[in-house]
Design a protein. Structure first.
Length: 324
C-alpha cells in the first residue's frame, strides 16, 4: 500500500511528501518549508498581502527602486542580462528594466518555483519593448546556474533578490545561500538585494497579522495544499494563524497553532501526525536585518557593497553588491 502511493507520485509530489513527513514528524518543533506556501492560491494571496496597508515592505522596496533605478543602472557595467530570484509578479522589477532599456536591449530571466507567479510576471512585463523574457520554473540556485550557462561571452549578469526574501533563510543559511549565488557569478556581475530592517514591533507584527485575515489565509493555505496534493484531512478551522517576534533571531515567525488535540492523516506521505492543544507548526521566518549586519553578510558571502539606499518611511535597504 505504502509503496503504491510512492510510485504514483511525480518527482515534485514525492519531494513534497518527504518534506512534509520530515517536518511534521520532528520530535521537537514541527515545521514546513516556507517554499510550499507558494502554490497557485498562495501566490495570489501573497500578491494580496503585498498591497495590504499593514505590509509596508513591498511599497518601501518599490519606492527605493523607483527613486534610484537610474543610480543603480549607472553603476552597472554593460552589456547586461537580468535574472530575478523568486520574482513573484515582477511588478517592482519594471523600474529597473525600463531604466536599463535606455541603454540596451535586455534579456530578463525570472526564476520561480511557482508556475502561477511566473506566468503573472511574464504577463506583467510583456509590454516593455526592449526586454525579452524567459521564465525559468526552478528553485533559486538551480535556475541561476541555468541562466549563467546561457551567458553571452562578455556580458554581465545583474541578479535581483527583492522583497527581503533572503530573510526567509535561517541564521547562517542566508550567508551560505548568497555564497552559492556568488559562486555562480563572475567578476563584474552584481546582486541587488532588498532587505527589511529592524523596526518597532507595533509596526512589524501587523505586517504579518493583518486584521483582514489575508496573511492568515496565506499561512493556512499550506495545510489546504497538503489536503489537495497529498489527500490529507487537515481541518483548517481547527488551526489558527500566529505571528510572533523571536528576539534571539530578530525574526518574525509565522506558525499554525492547533486549537485542540487532534490527529491528521496524510495518506500520500504515508503517515499520521498527532497535535496537542496549542502546539504549532512553524511555516516561515522573516529575519529583520541591521545595516551593520548587512555589510558583514555581503563581505562574508564574497561581495562588495557598492551602494546602499535606505527607505526612511518603512526602514528597508536596497544594497547593490558587486562580485569582484
Ligand atoms: C516573499 S515572495 C517575494 C516575491 C517578489 N520578489 C516580491 O518582492 O514581491 C517570494 C517568492 O519566491 C518564490 N520562491 C520561494 N521559494 C523559492 C525557491 N526555493 N526557489 C524559487 N522561487 C522560490 C515564491 O514563489 C515567491 O513568489
Amino acid at each position: 500500500m505504502i509503496a503504491e502511493h510512492i510510485k504514483e507520485l511525480s518527482p515534485f509530489a514525492a519531494q513534497f511528501a518527504a518534506d512534509v513527513r520530515a517536518g511534521l514528524l520532528r520530535p521537537a518543533q514541527k515545521e514546513l518549508p516556507s517554499k510550499y506556501l507558494y502554490d497557485a492560491t498562495g501566490s495570489m494571496l501573497f500578491e494580496a498581502i503585498s498591497v495590504m496597508p499593514e505590509y509596508g515592505l513591498t511599497r518601501a522596496d518599490e519606492r527605493l527602486l523607483r527613486r534610484h533605478a537610474g543610480d543603480i543602472v549607472r553603476l552597472l557595467p554593460g552589456p547586461l542580462a537580468v535574472s530575478e530570484l523568486g520574482s513573484g509578479s515582477g511588478k517592482k522589477t519594471r523600474c529597473i528594466l525600463e531604466a536599463l532599456c535606455g541603454r540596451e536591449a535586455i534579456s530578463y530571466y525570472p526564476i520561480e518555483i511557482s508556475a502561477t507567479a511566473l506566468a503573472s510576471c511574464e504577463r506583467e512585463l510583456a509590454d516593455i519593448d526592449c526586454v525579452s523574457i524567459l521564465g525559468v520554473e526552478r528553485e533559486y540556485l538551480e535556475g541561476l546556474r541555468e541562466v549563467a550557462a546561457r551567458r553571452v561571452p562578455g556580458a554581465h549578469l545583474l541578479v535581483l533578490f527583492l522583497g527581503s526574501t533572503i530573510g526567509n533563510f535561517d541564521a547562517g543559511a542566508d550567508c551560505r545561500f548568497l555564497r552559492g549565488v556568488r559562486e555562480t557569478l563572475i567578476s563584474g556581475d552584481s546582486l541587488l538585494l532588498g532587505t527589511d530592517l529592524v523596526k518597532p514591533l507595533d509596526r512589524l507584527l501587523p505586517a504579518y497579522d493583518d486584521p483582514t485575515g489575508v496573511t492568515a489565509a496565506f499561512n493556512l493555505n499550506i495545510l489546504a495544499r497538503i489536503n489537495r496534493e497529498l489527500d490529507a484531512d487537515f481541518n483548517l478551522r481547527q488551526f489558527e494563524h500566529l505571528a510572533r517576534f523571536n528576539q534571539r533571531t530578530s525574526s518574525v515567525e509565522m506558525h499554525l497553532r492547533s486549537k485542540k488535540a487532534q490527529t491528521v492523516t496524510i495518506p500520500r506521505a504515508e503517515f499520521m501526525v498527532r497535535f496537542v492543544e496549542g502546539e504549532t507548526i512553524w511555516t516561515e521566518s522573516s529575519h529583520k536585518y541591521s545595516v551593520s549586519e548587512l555589510s558583514n553578510l555581503a563581505e562574508a558571502s564574497g561581495f562588495r557593497c557598492a551602494a546602499q539606499w535606505i527607505d526612511e518611511e518603512w526602514k528597508f535597504a536596497e544594497s547593490l553588491l558587486m562580485a569582484e
